[in-house]
Design a protein around this ligand. Sequence first.
Ligand code: AP5
Ligand code: MG
Ligand code: ZN
Length: 213
Amino acid sequence: MKIVMLGAPGAGKGTQAKMIAAKYDIPHVSTGDIFRANIKNGTELGKEAKSYMDKGALVPDELTVRILLDRVAQDDCAKGYVLDGFPRTIPQAEVLDAELIKLNDKIDFAINVDVPDENIVRRMSGRRSCPSCGATYHIVHIPPKQEGVCDKCGAALVQRDDDKEETVKNRLKVYHEQTQPLIDFYEKKGVLKNVDGTVDSEEVFAAIVNILD
Ligand code: AP5
Ligand code: MG
Ligand code: ZN
C-alpha cells in the first residue's frame, strides 16, 4: 500500500503518518525528518536544506526528489510506504508518478488532512518534538506524561526552529501557492480522500483507517 499525506503545515500529517506506519507495518517516509536528521548531523545536505527551511521556503525540487527516490528504493519500502511532506509541488508529484509507472505501480491513496489556517498557527506554537526518536507532542492537545520529556525515550523535548510565528505564516503561504494544487492532481487520479483534521487525533486516525481498510 502506497500512501501520500497531504495537508497544510501543522495539519497533523506527521502525527497520522506515524500511526498509519505502525498499524500497517510500512515505513513512514518524511522528507522534513530526513532534512532535520541531516541538519542535526551537520551534513552538506543538511546545511543546504537549512538555508531554505529557516525561511519557511521549499528545498529545491531537484535535491528533494533525489533524496526521496533514494529512500523509497530501499528494501523496506518494497511492501509500500506512507509519504509525509512529499510531494509538495506538481513537478515532485510528476517525477514520483513517472518512477512508479516504470515499476508498474501507483499511489493507492492521497489522504488530505484538512485544517483551516486559523487553527494552524496555534498548533505550531504548541508543538514539541523529540530530537532523539522523532515523537511529536502538543503542549495542550497531545501532552507528554511529564512536561518537556519524551514518553518514548526520555529525551528532552525541543521546539522546531521553523515553528516561529513569522516562519509558520510563510510556510502557509508557500503551501497555498505550491502544495495545495496537489489536491486537484490526486483528485483527477481518483485516489484523493479528505479527512477532517480539526478533530481529536484519534478520531482523525479512525477516519483514515476506515478509508484504508
Ligand atoms: P515538514 O517537516 O514536512 O513540515 P510541514 O509540512 O510544514 O509539516 P509539519 O511537520 O510542520 O506538520 P505536520 O502536518 O506533520 O503536523 P504534526 O503532525 O507535526 O517540512 C519542513 C520543511 O522542510 C519545509 O518547510 C521545507 O523547507 C522542507 N521540505 C520538506 N519536504 C519538502 C519537499 N517535499 N519539498 C521541498 N521542501 C521540503 O502536528 C502539528 C502539531 O499539532 C503537533 O504539535 C501535534 O501534536 C498537533 N496535532 C496533531 N494532530 C492534532 C489534532 N488532531 N488535534 C490537535 N493537535 C494535533
Ligand atoms: Mg511533519
Ligand atoms: Zn523520544
